[in-house]
Design a binder for this molecule. Structure first.
Ligand SMILES: C[S@@+](CC[C@H](N)C(=O)[O-])C[C@H]1O[C@@H](n2cnc3c(N)ncnc32)[C@H](O)[C@@H]1O
Length: 262
């Protein structure tokens, strides 16, 4: 009998590994260098990362992310440009892409309900715009918020939301819940008809709720709210964009309650 041919390990080939993982429930596409950098920085599990230009990607790491240069160098495999372009829906200018593992729902729920809470939870009540949701997750990460909860049908881990969030889904707890399942804590719902936010100190355990782009706050969320607050706005302007409303509110919280060392 002739000696057996060595069997190729599919896990050793990044392109095969990619094809095996992509499209599964837990695979999260990290599109571009910055998304991968953020995900690695905030502890994401990244089973596969490819680039069409490893030297350029590592030069970016030297320049912009020396703190994660080593793990990025260990993760990134160079593949031909045509292979990279076949793996991603839209090639990114940095020619970097990776698949990360979506954190389990239980881990997010544990983070959202952990007490005492040192930073607010942001709730988007039935948001419709994927770009807004991504921008809010990026804001929440930047302000060190405990997490972002969405109600309604939008998946906060949709690839377009992840793209808008620049890989920062891994820096905060992102989950979809029903209004009845919201974490404990005083609910401050933002609405142009509320009391002026500037007269209120937002506590660290606040649940900050924002309505949908079209319809505003749902009746279920209004019923759950302890306070209705308005952002300063000149008469005749109907409302602000959802993500900018979150930005102003988190900024207001940060002026009194921003967690140190985050
Ligand atoms: C685009 S607005 C929704 C507009 C919607 N037509 C309405 O009737 O409320 C999206 C969300 O941003 C927040 N928002 C926008 N402008 C606000 C303001 N001036 N004061 C408080 N919240 C505001 C609210 O939570 C609102 O539900």
């Amino acid at each position: 009998m002739s000696p057996a041919e060595p069997v190729a390990d599919p896990a050793a080939d990044p392109v095969r590994r990619w094809r095996r993982l992509v499209g599964t429930d837990t695979a999260v596409l990290l599109d571009g260098f910055h998304a991968l950098k953020h995900a690695v920085r905030f502890g994401a599990e990244v089973p596969v990362a490819v680039t069409a230009d490893r030297e350029a990607a590592l030069a970016l790491a030297d320049d912009l992310a020396p703190d994660v240069r080593e793990p990025l160098a260990a993760l990134l495999t160079e593949v031909p440009r045509a292979t990279y372009e076949a793996l991603v829906p839209r090639p990114h200018p940095t020619a970097v892409a990776a698949l990360a593992v979506r954190p389990p729902r239980e881990a997010n729920l544990a983070a959202l309900t952990r007490e005492p809470r040192r930073a607010p939870v942001v709730v988007l009540d039935n948001p419709r715009n994927l770009g807004n949701a991504g921008a809010v997750i990026r804001l929440a990460a930047g302000f060190g918020a405990t997490g972002v909860v969405t109600t309604g049908t939008l998946d906060p881990w949709h690839p377009t939301v992840v793209r808008g969030g620049a890989g920062l889904h891994f820096a905060t707890a992102v989950e979809r819940l029903d209004v009845e399942e919201l974490p404990a804590g005083p609910v401050f719902a933002l609405d142009p008809e509320g009391d002026d936010l500037r007269g209120v100190r937002l506590p660290d355990d606040a649940v900050l709720a924002f309505g949908s782009e079209r319809a505003g706050l749902s009746s279920a969320l209004r019923a759950r709210a302890d306070h209705l607050l308005a952002l300063p706005m000149r008469p005749q302007v109907s409302s602000y964009n959802l993500a900018t409303s979150v930005a102003m509110t988190l900024y207001h919280w940060s002026t009194t309650g921003f967690p140190s060392g985050t």
